[in-house]
Design a protein. Structure first.
Length: 448
Protein backbone atom coordinates (compact mmCIF):
# COMPACT_ATOMS: atom_id res chain seq x y z
CA UNK A 1 0.00 0.00 0.00
CA UNK A 2 2.87 2.35 0.76
CA UNK A 3 4.31 1.97 -2.75
CA UNK A 4 0.89 2.30 -4.33
CA UNK A 5 0.30 5.62 -2.56
CA UNK A 6 3.68 6.94 -3.60
CA UNK A 7 3.04 5.96 -7.19
CA UNK A 8 -0.32 7.65 -7.18
CA UNK A 9 1.03 10.90 -5.81
CA UNK A 10 3.94 10.98 -8.20
CA UNK A 11 1.44 10.54 -11.02
CA UNK A 12 -0.90 13.16 -9.66
CA UNK A 13 1.92 15.66 -9.52
CA UNK A 14 2.22 15.26 -13.23
CA UNK A 15 -0.97 16.94 -14.06
CA UNK A 16 -1.89 19.38 -11.40
CA UNK A 17 -5.29 20.23 -12.52
CA UNK A 18 -5.40 21.94 -15.88
CA UNK A 19 -6.72 23.73 -18.85
CA UNK A 20 -9.02 25.78 -16.74
CA UNK A 21 -5.90 27.05 -14.97
CA UNK A 22 -4.86 28.83 -18.14
CA UNK A 23 -8.37 29.92 -19.00
CA UNK A 24 -9.06 31.21 -15.52
CA UNK A 25 -5.80 33.11 -15.44
CA UNK A 26 -6.42 34.70 -18.82
CA UNK A 27 -9.92 35.74 -17.79
CA UNK A 28 -8.98 37.69 -14.66
CA UNK A 29 -10.29 41.26 -14.80
CA UNK A 30 -10.00 44.04 -12.25
CA UNK A 31 -12.43 46.60 -10.92
CA UNK A 32 -10.80 50.03 -10.71
CA UNK A 33 -11.07 51.50 -7.20
CA UNK A 34 -8.66 54.41 -7.53
CA UNK A 35 -6.52 55.87 -10.31
CA UNK A 36 -4.47 59.01 -10.86
CA UNK A 37 -1.46 59.84 -13.02
CA UNK A 38 0.87 57.74 -10.88
CA UNK A 39 -1.13 55.28 -8.81
CA UNK A 40 -3.82 52.67 -9.44
CA UNK A 41 -5.68 50.40 -7.02
CA UNK A 42 -7.79 47.62 -8.49
CA UNK A 43 -10.03 44.99 -6.94
CA UNK A 44 -9.59 41.49 -8.36
CA UNK A 45 -12.83 39.46 -8.30
CA UNK A 46 -12.97 36.18 -10.22
CA UNK A 47 -15.04 33.04 -9.71
CA UNK A 48 -15.11 29.66 -11.45
CA UNK A 49 -17.59 26.82 -11.12
CA UNK A 50 -17.33 23.36 -12.66
CA UNK A 51 -19.74 20.43 -13.04
CA UNK A 52 -18.10 17.06 -13.78
CA UNK A 53 -19.25 13.52 -14.58
CA UNK A 54 -17.27 10.36 -15.35
CA UNK A 55 -18.75 6.96 -16.22
CA UNK A 56 -15.60 5.26 -14.92
CA UNK A 57 -13.23 5.64 -11.97
CA UNK A 58 -9.49 5.07 -11.67
CA UNK A 59 -7.40 3.22 -9.10
CA UNK A 60 -5.17 6.09 -8.01
CA UNK A 61 -6.15 6.09 -4.32
CA UNK A 62 -7.18 3.36 -1.90
CA UNK A 63 -10.72 4.76 -1.50
CA UNK A 64 -11.75 4.08 -5.10
CA UNK A 65 -14.39 1.53 -6.15
CA UNK A 66 -15.65 0.84 -9.66
CA UNK A 67 -18.60 2.75 -11.07
CA UNK A 68 -19.45 6.31 -12.09
CA UNK A 69 -18.98 9.55 -10.21
CA UNK A 70 -20.34 13.10 -10.32
CA UNK A 71 -18.87 16.10 -8.55
CA UNK A 72 -18.69 19.90 -8.55
CA UNK A 73 -15.90 22.38 -7.90
CA UNK A 74 -15.76 26.12 -7.24
CA UNK A 75 -13.12 28.80 -6.67
CA UNK A 76 -13.44 32.48 -5.80
CA UNK A 77 -10.48 34.87 -5.87
CA UNK A 78 -10.70 38.34 -4.35
CA UNK A 79 -8.29 41.04 -3.23
CA UNK A 80 -6.33 44.10 -4.31
CA UNK A 81 -3.68 44.92 -6.92
CA UNK A 82 -1.66 48.14 -6.50
CA UNK A 83 0.75 49.92 -8.87
CA UNK A 84 2.68 53.19 -8.50
CA UNK A 85 4.80 54.69 -11.28
CA UNK A 86 7.37 57.50 -11.20
CA UNK A 87 9.23 59.05 -14.11
CA UNK A 88 12.63 58.80 -12.43
CA UNK A 89 12.59 55.53 -10.47
CA UNK A 90 10.41 53.16 -12.45
CA UNK A 91 7.37 51.52 -10.91
CA UNK A 92 6.46 49.46 -7.87
CA UNK A 93 3.59 47.00 -7.68
CA UNK A 94 2.03 44.52 -5.33
CA UNK A 95 -1.00 42.35 -4.69
CA UNK A 96 -2.85 40.74 -1.81
CA UNK A 97 -5.54 38.24 -2.78
CA UNK A 98 -7.39 35.34 -1.21
CA UNK A 99 -8.85 32.20 -2.80
CA UNK A 100 -11.80 30.26 -1.43
CA UNK A 101 -12.26 26.79 -2.93
CA UNK A 102 -14.25 23.62 -2.50
CA UNK A 103 -15.31 20.28 -3.96
CA UNK A 104 -18.83 18.83 -3.62
CA UNK A 105 -20.52 15.60 -4.62
CA UNK A 106 -18.83 12.20 -4.82
CA UNK A 107 -15.30 13.42 -5.51
CA UNK A 108 -13.29 13.23 -8.73
CA UNK A 109 -12.73 10.15 -10.89
CA UNK A 110 -9.25 9.41 -9.49
CA UNK A 111 -10.21 9.84 -5.84
CA UNK A 112 -7.86 12.78 -5.26
CA UNK A 113 -10.84 14.65 -3.74
CA UNK A 114 -13.70 13.17 -1.70
CA UNK A 115 -16.34 15.90 -2.00
CA UNK A 116 -15.97 17.54 1.41
CA UNK A 117 -12.94 19.79 0.84
CA UNK A 118 -13.32 23.50 1.67
CA UNK A 119 -10.78 26.18 2.53
CA UNK A 120 -9.87 29.87 2.25
CA UNK A 121 -6.22 30.92 2.06
CA UNK A 122 -4.03 33.75 0.81
CA UNK A 123 -3.06 33.25 -2.83
CA UNK A 124 -1.25 36.42 -4.00
CA UNK A 125 1.00 38.24 -1.54
CA UNK A 126 3.87 39.81 -3.44
CA UNK A 127 5.64 43.07 -4.22
CA UNK A 128 7.95 44.11 -7.00
CA UNK A 129 9.85 46.88 -8.77
CA UNK A 130 10.42 47.56 -12.48
CA UNK A 131 13.19 49.88 -13.64
CA UNK A 132 11.28 51.77 -16.33
CA UNK A 133 13.89 53.64 -18.40
CA UNK A 134 16.61 53.76 -15.74
CA UNK A 135 18.82 51.35 -17.73
CA UNK A 136 18.29 52.09 -21.45
CA UNK A 137 20.83 49.49 -22.54
CA UNK A 138 18.56 46.79 -21.08
CA UNK A 139 15.38 48.18 -22.60
CA UNK A 140 12.22 49.43 -20.93
CA UNK A 141 11.75 47.71 -17.56
CA UNK A 142 15.06 45.97 -18.23
CA UNK A 143 15.46 45.19 -14.53
CA UNK A 144 12.67 43.71 -12.44
CA UNK A 145 12.82 42.42 -8.88
CA UNK A 146 9.93 40.75 -7.08
CA UNK A 147 9.38 38.61 -4.01
CA UNK A 148 6.58 36.97 -2.05
CA UNK A 149 3.82 34.50 -2.86
CA UNK A 150 3.27 34.57 -6.63
CA UNK A 151 2.88 32.45 -9.76
CA UNK A 152 5.98 31.64 -11.82
CA UNK A 153 5.93 30.15 -15.33
CA UNK A 154 9.03 29.30 -17.37
CA UNK A 155 8.61 29.12 -21.14
CA UNK A 156 5.59 27.00 -22.10
CA UNK A 157 5.47 25.39 -18.67
CA UNK A 158 7.21 22.19 -19.78
CA UNK A 159 9.12 22.14 -16.47
CA UNK A 160 7.63 24.95 -14.36
CA UNK A 161 4.11 26.34 -14.67
CA UNK A 162 3.17 27.38 -11.16
CA UNK A 163 2.63 25.23 -8.09
CA UNK A 164 -0.81 24.11 -9.20
CA UNK A 165 -1.31 20.58 -7.86
CA UNK A 166 -4.47 20.72 -5.70
CA UNK A 167 -4.89 17.29 -4.10
CA UNK A 168 -7.76 16.86 -1.63
CA UNK A 169 -8.52 14.46 1.22
CA UNK A 170 -8.40 11.26 -0.84
CA UNK A 171 -4.65 10.70 -0.63
CA UNK A 172 -2.42 9.88 2.36
CA UNK A 173 -5.32 10.21 4.83
CA UNK A 174 -5.81 13.84 3.87
CA UNK A 175 -2.31 14.94 4.92
CA UNK A 176 -1.70 16.61 1.54
CA UNK A 177 -5.15 18.25 1.32
CA UNK A 178 -4.96 21.67 -0.33
CA UNK A 179 -8.64 22.51 -0.06
CA UNK A 180 -10.45 21.06 -3.07
CA UNK A 181 -11.10 22.29 -6.61
CA UNK A 182 -8.58 19.82 -7.99
CA UNK A 183 -9.42 20.51 -11.64
CA UNK A 184 -9.94 24.27 -11.34
CA UNK A 185 -6.65 24.76 -9.48
CA UNK A 186 -7.57 27.94 -7.68
CA UNK A 187 -4.17 27.73 -5.95
CA UNK A 188 -1.17 27.86 -8.25
CA UNK A 189 1.29 30.20 -6.53
CA UNK A 190 4.60 29.33 -4.95
CA UNK A 191 4.59 30.11 -1.24
CA UNK A 192 7.89 32.01 -1.25
CA UNK A 193 9.76 33.47 -4.21
CA UNK A 194 12.58 35.87 -5.07
CA UNK A 195 12.95 36.82 -8.73
CA UNK A 196 15.48 38.89 -10.65
CA UNK A 197 14.72 39.52 -14.33
CA UNK A 198 17.21 41.24 -16.65
CA UNK A 199 16.37 42.40 -20.16
CA UNK A 200 13.34 43.88 -21.85
CA UNK A 201 10.62 42.35 -23.99
CA UNK A 202 12.98 41.76 -26.95
CA UNK A 203 16.52 40.58 -27.44
CA UNK A 204 18.71 38.80 -24.94
CA UNK A 205 17.21 38.43 -21.49
CA UNK A 206 17.43 36.15 -18.43
CA UNK A 207 15.99 35.28 -15.03
CA UNK A 208 17.34 34.09 -11.70
CA UNK A 209 14.59 32.65 -9.52
CA UNK A 210 14.33 31.09 -6.05
CA UNK A 211 11.15 29.15 -5.30
CA UNK A 212 9.89 27.53 -2.09
CA UNK A 213 6.77 25.40 -2.30
CA UNK A 214 4.43 24.70 0.61
CA UNK A 215 2.62 22.01 -1.41
CA UNK A 216 2.87 18.73 0.50
CA UNK A 217 1.73 16.78 -2.55
CA UNK A 218 4.97 17.99 -4.19
CA UNK A 219 7.08 17.27 -1.05
CA UNK A 220 7.50 21.05 -0.54
CA UNK A 221 10.57 21.44 -2.77
CA UNK A 222 12.92 24.40 -2.64
CA UNK A 223 14.18 25.17 -6.14
CA UNK A 224 16.62 27.47 -7.92
CA UNK A 225 15.98 28.33 -11.57
CA UNK A 226 18.10 30.20 -14.13
CA UNK A 227 17.02 31.06 -17.67
CA UNK A 228 18.67 32.70 -20.66
CA UNK A 229 16.72 33.41 -23.83
CA UNK A 230 16.73 35.46 -26.98
CA UNK A 231 13.40 36.93 -28.01
CA UNK A 232 13.12 37.86 -31.69
CA UNK A 233 10.32 38.53 -34.14
CA UNK A 234 10.61 35.07 -35.69
CA UNK A 235 10.68 33.23 -32.39
CA UNK A 236 12.25 32.67 -28.99
CA UNK A 237 15.16 30.35 -28.16
CA UNK A 238 15.86 29.66 -24.50
CA UNK A 239 17.95 27.72 -22.02
CA UNK A 240 16.75 26.67 -18.56
CA UNK A 241 18.61 25.20 -15.59
CA UNK A 242 16.81 23.94 -12.47
CA UNK A 243 18.09 22.50 -9.21
CA UNK A 244 15.90 21.15 -6.40
CA UNK A 245 18.00 22.02 -3.36
CA UNK A 246 15.72 20.59 -0.68
CA UNK A 247 12.46 18.72 -0.04
CA UNK A 248 10.36 17.82 2.98
CA UNK A 249 11.71 14.55 4.36
CA UNK A 250 8.27 13.59 5.72
CA UNK A 251 6.75 13.43 2.23
CA UNK A 252 9.78 12.94 -0.01
CA UNK A 253 10.87 9.65 1.57
CA UNK A 254 7.67 7.91 0.45
CA UNK A 255 6.78 9.95 -2.62
CA UNK A 256 9.84 11.53 -4.28
CA UNK A 257 12.97 9.89 -2.86
CA UNK A 258 15.09 11.06 -5.82
CA UNK A 259 13.83 14.64 -6.10
CA UNK A 260 16.22 16.32 -3.65
CA UNK A 261 19.34 17.60 -5.47
CA UNK A 262 17.74 16.76 -8.82
CA UNK A 263 18.95 18.91 -11.71
CA UNK A 264 17.22 19.65 -15.01
CA UNK A 265 18.76 21.31 -18.05
CA UNK A 266 16.67 22.19 -21.08
CA UNK A 267 16.84 23.94 -24.44
CA UNK A 268 13.64 25.24 -26.05
CA UNK A 269 12.36 27.19 -29.01
CA UNK A 270 9.00 28.60 -30.11
CA UNK A 271 7.86 30.85 -32.94
CA UNK A 272 6.65 31.15 -36.52
CA UNK A 273 10.07 31.36 -38.25
CA UNK A 274 8.78 34.45 -40.03
CA UNK A 275 5.93 32.59 -41.76
CA UNK A 276 2.46 33.99 -40.88
CA UNK A 277 0.13 31.21 -39.75
CA UNK A 278 2.92 28.77 -38.86
CA UNK A 279 3.61 27.65 -35.30
CA UNK A 280 6.68 25.66 -34.28
CA UNK A 281 7.76 24.63 -30.78
CA UNK A 282 10.03 22.14 -29.10
CA UNK A 283 11.99 21.47 -25.93
CA UNK A 284 14.50 18.91 -24.72
CA UNK A 285 15.10 18.39 -21.00
CA UNK A 286 17.80 16.26 -19.37
CA UNK A 287 17.22 15.28 -15.75
CA UNK A 288 20.03 14.22 -13.40
CA UNK A 289 19.44 12.52 -10.04
CA UNK A 290 22.00 11.55 -7.41
CA UNK A 291 20.66 8.07 -6.66
CA UNK A 292 18.92 7.12 -9.91
CA UNK A 293 19.70 6.99 -13.63
CA UNK A 294 19.50 10.16 -15.71
CA UNK A 295 16.16 10.78 -17.41
CA UNK A 296 14.95 12.93 -20.28
CA UNK A 297 11.85 14.37 -21.89
CA UNK A 298 11.25 16.17 -25.16
CA UNK A 299 8.58 17.28 -27.59
CA UNK A 300 8.20 18.68 -31.08
CA UNK A 301 5.10 20.51 -32.25
CA UNK A 302 3.95 22.09 -35.49
CA UNK A 303 0.73 23.93 -36.27
CA UNK A 304 -0.91 26.03 -38.93
CA UNK A 305 -3.67 28.63 -38.78
CA UNK A 306 -5.62 29.20 -42.00
CA UNK A 307 -6.11 32.91 -41.45
CA UNK A 308 -7.88 33.54 -44.76
CA UNK A 309 -10.24 30.56 -44.60
CA UNK A 310 -13.77 30.48 -43.27
CA UNK A 311 -13.87 29.73 -39.50
CA UNK A 312 -10.07 30.33 -39.37
CA UNK A 313 -9.18 26.64 -38.85
CA UNK A 314 -6.19 25.94 -36.64
CA UNK A 315 -4.51 22.52 -36.77
CA UNK A 316 -1.53 21.16 -34.89
CA UNK A 317 0.40 17.97 -34.18
CA UNK A 318 2.67 17.24 -31.22
CA UNK A 319 4.84 14.26 -30.38
CA UNK A 320 6.25 14.06 -26.87
CA UNK A 321 8.32 11.47 -25.05
CA UNK A 322 8.98 11.14 -21.30
CA UNK A 323 11.51 8.52 -20.18
CA UNK A 324 10.67 5.78 -17.70
CA UNK A 325 11.58 7.62 -14.49
CA UNK A 326 11.19 11.23 -15.61
CA UNK A 327 9.93 13.58 -12.88
CA UNK A 328 7.88 16.39 -14.52
CA UNK A 329 8.14 18.57 -11.40
CA UNK A 330 5.91 21.69 -11.77
CA UNK A 331 4.78 21.41 -15.38
CA UNK A 332 1.40 22.62 -16.64
CA UNK A 333 -0.52 24.58 -19.25
CA UNK A 334 1.42 27.35 -20.90
CA UNK A 335 -0.58 28.28 -23.99
CA UNK A 336 -4.03 26.71 -24.26
CA UNK A 337 -6.11 23.58 -23.68
CA UNK A 338 -3.93 20.51 -24.09
CA UNK A 339 -0.57 22.22 -23.71
CA UNK A 340 0.87 20.00 -20.97
CA UNK A 341 -2.25 18.42 -19.57
CA UNK A 342 -2.72 16.05 -22.47
CA UNK A 343 -6.14 14.40 -22.44
CA UNK A 344 -8.76 15.44 -19.89
CA UNK A 345 -9.19 11.92 -18.52
CA UNK A 346 -5.58 10.80 -19.01
CA UNK A 347 -3.92 13.91 -17.62
CA UNK A 348 -6.14 14.14 -14.55
CA UNK A 349 -7.40 10.73 -13.55
CA UNK A 350 -6.28 7.69 -15.55
CA UNK A 351 -2.72 8.31 -16.69
CA UNK A 352 -0.19 8.36 -18.18
CA UNK A 353 1.01 11.47 -16.40
CA UNK A 354 3.98 12.54 -18.55
CA UNK A 355 6.32 9.88 -17.29
CA UNK A 356 7.21 6.56 -18.95
CA UNK A 357 5.15 7.46 -22.02
CA UNK A 358 5.06 8.65 -25.58
CA UNK A 359 2.10 10.85 -26.50
CA UNK A 360 0.81 11.86 -29.91
CA UNK A 361 -1.66 14.74 -30.08
CA UNK A 362 -3.66 16.06 -33.04
CA UNK A 363 -5.69 19.25 -32.56
CA UNK A 364 -8.28 21.19 -34.54
CA UNK A 365 -9.91 24.48 -33.52
CA UNK A 366 -12.51 26.58 -35.35
CA UNK A 367 -13.64 30.17 -34.73
CA UNK A 368 -17.34 29.48 -35.31
CA UNK A 369 -18.42 33.02 -34.38
CA UNK A 370 -16.56 36.03 -32.95
CA UNK A 371 -17.54 34.83 -29.45
CA UNK A 372 -17.59 31.03 -29.82
CA UNK A 373 -14.83 28.59 -30.76
CA UNK A 374 -15.04 24.81 -31.01
CA UNK A 375 -12.20 22.33 -30.96
CA UNK A 376 -11.20 18.68 -30.86
CA UNK A 377 -8.08 17.00 -29.48
CA UNK A 378 -7.15 13.40 -30.31
CA UNK A 379 -4.50 11.53 -28.31
CA UNK A 380 -2.62 8.25 -28.47
CA UNK A 381 -0.75 7.21 -25.31
CA UNK A 382 1.87 4.44 -25.28
CA UNK A 383 3.65 3.19 -22.17
CA UNK A 384 7.41 2.78 -22.78
CA UNK A 385 8.19 0.10 -20.18
CA UNK A 386 5.81 -2.26 -18.36
CA UNK A 387 8.48 -3.93 -16.20
CA UNK A 388 6.96 -3.74 -12.70
CA UNK A 389 4.87 -0.81 -13.96
CA UNK A 390 1.31 -0.18 -15.02
CA UNK A 391 0.49 -0.20 -18.73
CA UNK A 392 -1.32 3.10 -19.26
CA UNK A 393 -1.58 2.91 -23.04
CA UNK A 394 -4.82 4.18 -24.52
CA UNK A 395 -6.58 6.68 -26.74
CA UNK A 396 -8.68 9.75 -26.01
CA UNK A 397 -10.84 12.24 -27.90
CA UNK A 398 -11.89 15.56 -26.36
CA UNK A 399 -14.49 17.83 -28.00
CA UNK A 400 -14.84 21.26 -26.43
CA UNK A 401 -16.20 24.77 -26.81
CA UNK A 402 -15.21 28.24 -25.62
CA UNK A 403 -18.09 30.70 -25.45
CA UNK A 404 -17.52 34.30 -24.31
CA UNK A 405 -21.11 35.14 -23.38
CA UNK A 406 -20.17 38.71 -22.48
CA UNK A 407 -17.30 40.63 -20.90
CA UNK A 408 -17.93 38.91 -17.57
CA UNK A 409 -18.88 35.29 -18.34
CA UNK A 410 -17.01 32.49 -20.12
CA UNK A 411 -18.69 29.08 -20.67
CA UNK A 412 -16.52 26.03 -21.44
CA UNK A 413 -18.27 22.72 -22.22
CA UNK A 414 -16.29 19.54 -22.94
CA UNK A 415 -17.02 15.88 -23.67
CA UNK A 416 -14.26 13.28 -23.59
CA UNK A 417 -14.01 9.65 -24.70
CA UNK A 418 -11.16 7.66 -23.17
CA UNK A 419 -10.36 4.04 -24.13
CA UNK A 420 -7.60 2.33 -22.12
CA UNK A 421 -5.92 -0.80 -23.41
CA UNK A 422 -6.04 -2.36 -19.93
CA UNK A 423 -8.35 -2.29 -16.93
CA UNK A 424 -7.07 -2.02 -13.35
CA UNK A 425 -7.48 -5.78 -13.04
CA UNK A 426 -5.25 -6.26 -16.10
CA UNK A 427 -2.40 -3.86 -15.35
CA UNK A 428 -4.07 -0.49 -16.02
CA UNK A 429 -5.99 1.93 -13.80
CA UNK A 430 -9.64 1.92 -14.97
CA UNK A 431 -11.69 0.02 -12.40
CA UNK A 432 -13.98 -2.79 -13.52
CA UNK A 433 -13.42 -2.81 -17.28
CA UNK A 434 -11.45 -1.44 -20.21
CA UNK A 435 -14.53 -0.08 -21.98
CA UNK A 436 -14.64 3.48 -23.32
CA UNK A 437 -15.22 6.04 -20.60
CA UNK A 438 -17.56 8.94 -21.35
CA UNK A 439 -16.50 12.05 -19.44
CA UNK A 440 -18.20 15.46 -19.39
CA UNK A 441 -17.56 18.81 -17.78
CA UNK A 442 -19.06 22.28 -17.89
CA UNK A 443 -17.04 25.25 -16.62
CA UNK A 444 -18.36 28.72 -15.88
CA UNK A 445 -15.79 31.47 -15.33
CA UNK A 446 -16.94 34.92 -14.21
CA UNK A 447 -15.11 38.15 -13.50
CA UNK A 448 -16.33 41.44 -12.11
Amino acid sequence: MKNQSGNSLLQSAIKMAIPSLLLLSSSVHSLELYKDDATSVDAKLTAAFGIFSSREKYAQTSNQTKGSTDWQEATFQYGLDVKHTTQQLGSVYGALNWVSSGTWGEGDAAGWTMGGERTTKIEDAYAGWKSGNLFPVLGEDGVEVSFGRQNIVVGDGFIISGDALNIGEGLLDGRVNRGGAYYLTGRKNFDQTAVLRLGGADGLRGDLIWLKSDNRAQAEPETIVATLENVAEKGTVGLTAVKVVDTSKEFADDLYPNRKNMKIYSVRAKGDAGVPGLFLAGEYAKEQKNTAPDENAWYLEAGWTFNDAKLTPKVNYRYSRFSEGYDPLFYGNGRELGTWFQGEVASNYAGPFSSNATIQQVGLKLAVTPTFSAGALLYKFDTISTNNRLDLSGKELNIYGEWAVNDHLLVLPLVGFYKPEHSAEDGGTQLGSDRTNVYAQLLLVTNF
